[in-house]
Design a protein around this ligand. Sequence first.
Ligand code: HEC
Length: 312
Amino acid sequence: MRTTASYLRVLGFVTLTGILIHFLSETEDSVFLSSYWPWIFIGIVCLLSIALEVCIEALQAVLFKTLHADARQRYLDAEALAKEQLFSKFKRIYKKLLGSRPIEEESEIILDHNYDGIRELDNNLPPWWVYGFYATMIFAAVYLIRFEIMDGPDQEEEYLQELAQAKQDIEAYKKTAKDLIDINTVTQLTEASDLKAGSAIFQANCIACHKSDGGGGIGPNLTDNYWILGGGIKNVFHTISEGGRDGKGMISWKQSLKPGEIQQVASYVLSLQGTTPAEPKDAQGEIWEDPDDNQSNKPGFQPVDSTAIGSK
Ligand code: HEC
């Protein structure tokens, strides 16, 4: 680990691993933020490549020691030559890009202007500058054709496009991120898998009071269309999440269930509508008429508020 090249190789390995991990992982955000194993992996790669460098160097040193004196000299000479050639290549490219003439050749390009002893050289424009200039001309032509002649989108249009796209993305994100659901966005689930999950949550938490078929006991019958706290997905979601009236026994479940789970169990409860439980409890509350078609889409719609009901 004494040469710059060996440091660069280690750095190269580490960077390469980082890039590979980034592209192979399928998460949307960087895996480097969400978990720590990429860092551990990179650390291991780093240690291994340092170890490899050290081994190679040790091996080289041993081999060098076994050489004859003149062979050693030849080896050193060859190394020095290789080093020089490496840098001479860079120097050549650098000189070419500058396009300047060496001092010995200046006599060929000197102009006969002479301002009090200050004289002028007729140097070429430096090639890096010339090519840069050509690049701007090509860019200008492409830009002109794309945006002025073919009427490409201007900044405002691009902004609006991006805004529309962002809105779509947010919608798509909300669909996948189940736990962003709240009473305003909750919808009744009908997928068999969701209802099954809801059923499992119900059997685990609710049957002590509502019976495993929803027929009711301490809690009301959930299979009839009479509701104390309002039917429909929004009210049921609200009841489960915030709890029933004070002192009645229906606690708030939002500490122990995630919003997505509440949505599932609420959908499951609603799927019990119209089933016939073994020992149905008498109806409590009022018949619920679904206002979804005519009211909930209108601006003033307020879902039932449990505190208001509690004070009745
Ligand atoms: C400790 C008993 C108990 C448990 C456990 C319980 N509930 Fe209740 N539940 C009640 C009572 C009592 C009410 C009536 C509340 C009221 O009158 O305000 C009720 C009301 C409800 C209502 C509203 C019914 C209506 O007519 O408006 C729903 C929906 C409901 N529970 C679902 C659930 C779900 C889902 C679970 C499981 C996550 C659950 N409950 C767990 C006791 C319970």
